[in-house]
Design a protein around this ligand. Structure first.
Ligand SMILES: C=C(O[C@@H]1C=C(C(=O)O)C=C[C@H]1O)C(=O)O
Length: 473
């Protein structure tokens, strides 16, 4: 980077403002480019286009090195931000490898243009890297170009919600779903797949993966560790180029309650929040304990509650995951609260046992830790690795026989003030070629886990991506 970055944010008004706003309550409709960066939940969040700066890194210090890079970039940058919300001003999207030994390049990317919606208000940021000062008309023109390529859009900052194959349409369609209400019953819009689609095995076939689960259970029974998360991969080969932005839009529409992410080839819809930082407040959503919705069909209203919250095995697994998060967050917190009782998170494919944790952050060396500093301290949690972490990590490398890449690693964004949201990259995969995508799914293994049951659970966890790719299974 020869010149410091220059960023200008403008307010686009309320989303229903027809003449001067985005004219849509669903940011998914702004995913107009195949390589757009994406972070969307319930129609809000931010999408990014182009690239003003990028940092790539591997190894055990990847979070710290990325944070040092970001600190320097933001110190040097010239930022004009009259909106002053989390995400406005300078922002980077990021994705990090699960493992310190991974070959995957962990990355932070500053897009040229970011369009965001927060609490019903739109905003946009334009970033230059050639020393030029971005102007307000330039930001507006850049937004107009994005909006113009929405299907059927008029090409101006107007026109109301655009109906789009695979888009969610107006957020109101969902009937104001409350924080923990189900996205159940929201099907995927019709998906057309041209040509044959094949599902191939990844590193391990089904039998060999079940053997790995048995080996993991044996090590837990032998007292080597308490919990282990084992994952596997499959490869989807499409008959036509994968339309990444359509896939993201479908995920955003069907999995309304998850965080839909897209960073380069990494695409998915995660229900698990590693850490979200807004000023001095940090929040996390811990999941552990899963029930396939298909299994619960016709078994009465409280079936999920009985099977998940009522099961000592599931409760134990969940407790381990919460402990691992809260003990890592504790040194950074002045106060912390978690629900005493986990709740049931309903998704279209599965039910999860879930807990939300909230902390007031303490000053560390004179300032509040950034979201990325917290990621460095929290990753990997027992929800995606196991306990104790080092034993589980080594066993994952031995038994899974694959590089997890960005799967189960942190994915999200951060801003110049350190605010950010970092989900755990689950229920997704990596587009490896124009027509092939590798999908990943894993399960928490504890004493008494049964390999065939865990295998079935991976299929339930693959379902969001399979359906978004147009595959019924
Ligand atoms: C590992 C995954 O999911 C994790 C494992 C869960 C479980 O074992 O019950 C539940 C949610 C996630 O924490 C995955 O989706 O790949």
């Amino acid at each position: 980077m020869k010149h410091p970055l220059r960023a200008l944010t403008i307010d686009l008004g309320t989303v229903d403002q027809g003449t001067d706003g985005l004219g849509t309550a669903d940011l998914g409709t702004c995913l107009t480019a195949p390589d757009a960066y994406c972070w969307i939940r319930r129609g809000e969040g931010q999408v990014g286009f182009g690239e003003a700066a990028r940092f790539s890194v591997t190894g055990p210090e990847r979070f710290i090195e990325a944070e040092a890079w970001w600190k320097q970039v933001t110190l040097d940058a010239c930022i004009t931000d009259p909106v002053q919300h989390p995400g406005t001003g300078l922002l980077a999207f990021g994705s990090f490898a699960f493992s310190k030994t991974s070959r995957y390049l962990s990355r932070l990317i500053v897009p040229e243009l970011v369009i965001g919606i927060r609490d019903g208000r739109g905003w946009a940021t334009l970033v230059t890297n050639d020393g030029r000062e971005p102007s307000e008309p330039e930001v507006r023109a850049a937004v107009v170009r994005v909006l113009a390529s929405r299907t059927g859009a008029a090409g101006q900052l107007s026109g109301g919600t655009t109906a789009h194959a695979g888009s969610a349409g107006d957020g109101a369609v969902r009937g104001g779903a409350g924080p923990e209400t189900a996205a159940a019953g929201q099907g995927f819009p019709e998906t057309t797949v041209h040509g044959p689609v094949t599902l191939g095995p990844g590193a391990l076939g089904e039998q060999r993966w079940m053997d790995a689960v048995s080996a993991g259970v044996a090590r837990i029974s032998a007292g080597d560790l308490e919990k282990l998360v084992l994952a596997r991969d499959i490869v989807v080969t499409h008959g036509a180029p994968i339309e990444r932005h359509e896939v993201l839009r479908r995920l955003g529409s069907a999995y309304w309650d998850t965080w839909v992410y897209g960073v380069d080839g990494l695409v998915g819809a995660t229900p698990e929040m590693l850490i979200q930082v807004e000023g001095r407040t940090a929040q996390a959503r811990v999941l552990a304990g899963t029930l396939d919705r298909r299994e619960a069909n016709g078994k009465g209203e409280n079936y999920a509650e009985r099977v998940l919250a009522g099961s000592p095995k599931q409760r134990h697994e969940h407790e381990i995951a919460i402990q691992s998060l809260t003990s890592a967050l504790e040194p950074f917190s002045e106060a912390m609260n978690a629900h005493d009782e986990p709740f049931i998170l309903e998704l279209p494919n599965v039910f999860h046992l879930a807990s939300d944790v909230k902390a007031e952050l303490a000053d560390v060396e004179g300032h509040v830790p950034t979201s990325l500093a917290l990621v460095n301290a929290l990753h990997p949690t027992a929800a995606v690795c196991g306990t104790p972490t080092s034993v589980a990590g080594a066993l994952i490398r031995e038994l899974e026989a694959m590089d997890r890449g960005p799967y189960a690693g942190p994915v999200g964004w951060l801003d110049a003030a350190g605010n950010g949201e970092w989900g755990i990259a689950l229920r997704g995969g990596v587009i490896e070629s124009p027509t092939a995508m590798r999908l990943y799914a894993g399960c928490g293994i504890v004493e008494g886990s049964q390999p065939a049951v865990e295998l079935a659970e991976t299929w339930a966890k693959f379902r969001p991506m399979l359906e978004a790719l147009g595959i019924e299974r």
